[in-house]
Design a protein around this ligand. Structure first.
Ligand code: ADP
Ligand code: MG
Length: 246
């Protein structure tokens, strides 16, 4: 796959919850190794976009294309598709009865049918990468929130996804633990991982993001590179939002 290939393309995506029109004609593309950051007020539809990209929510209309292939939930094996799209949530949802390494190797063994010794080798490598080599045999209850979230990141990476989705990965953390998770994400980005990140961490958005999408009431009303969005937003509503969060 060449450097400029398209990983995700979303066209005219619409989503309703009952009568509530939550996503309105969303168009977005994510190129290989790009970090796309979604910002916007609470309730604007950020999580719903990510959940549609991972097919945890069913879109009502529009198309989602993954690496050139249009994904139709009715006809495709969504578990296969989800292996290609890793997701990290605000709440880490680790298996409490499994060790850190146990959490990381579970899906590769059960879902991908990777040999256990191979999964263990890969898992140890990933835990090293997120700075948790010394926690391999520890249970999640013994970890800080920042460490749990780094395990969650390693667990998602263990499936070798083509793109990683992050939904406010630091919002549930104590302030002093936010930095270590953002640093892990930054490192991933520098290694070329394709990422879609929902965050209120504007420093991260500015420093690591390639494209910023500003979502307002279910619509992307402004998009641009960090310099454009943070230094000279065109839309009054973007300026208003940024004045509250910066
Ligand atoms: P954000 O992540 O930007 O805070 P969400 O995508 O979670 O926003 O939500 C967008 C809108 O959709 C909100 O009005 C929210 O209340 C509504 N919503 C989200 N999930 C559901 C659901 N499962 N059922 C009904 N309404 C929902
Ligand atoms: Mg959300």
């Amino acid at each position: 796959m060449n450097e400029k290939s398209e990983i995700i393309r979303v066209e005219k995506l619409n989503k309703y919850f009952g009568d509530l029109h939550v996503l309105k004609d969303i168009d977005m593309t994510v190129m290989k190794s790009e970090v796309v950051v979604l910002i916007g007020a609470s309730g604007s539809g950020k999580s719903t976009i990510l959940r549609c990209l991972n097919f945890l929510e069913r879109k009502d209309s529009g198309t989602i294309t993954l690496e050139g292939e249009i994904i139709e939930p009715k006809t495709q094996n969504l578990n296969r598709v989800r292996e290609r799209v890793g997701m990290v949530f605000q709440h880490f949802n680790l298996f409490p009865h499994k060790t850190v390494l146990g959490n990381v190797i579970e899906a590769p063994i059960k879902v991908k049918k990777i040999q256990k010794d191979q999964a263990i080798r890969d898992g140890i490598e990933l835990l090293k990468k997120v700075g948790l080599s010394d926690k391999i045999n520890v249970y999640p209850s013994k970890l800080s929130g920042g460490q749990k979230q780094r395990v969650a990141i390693a667990r998602a990476l263990a499936m070798k996804p083509d793109v990683m989705l992050f939904d406010e990965p630091t919002s549930a953390l104590d302030p002093e633990l936010v930095g270590e998770v953002l640093a892990t994400m930054k490192q991933l980005a520098e290694e070329g991982m394709t990422m879609v990140v929902v965050t209120h961490e504007m420093g991260f958005a500015r420093e690591v993001g390639n494209i910023i999408l500003y979502l307002h009431d279910g619509k992307i009303i402004e998009r641009g590179n960090p310099k454009e969005i943070f230094e000279s937003p065109r839309e009054e509503r973007t300026r208003e939002f940024l004045s509250k969060v910066l």
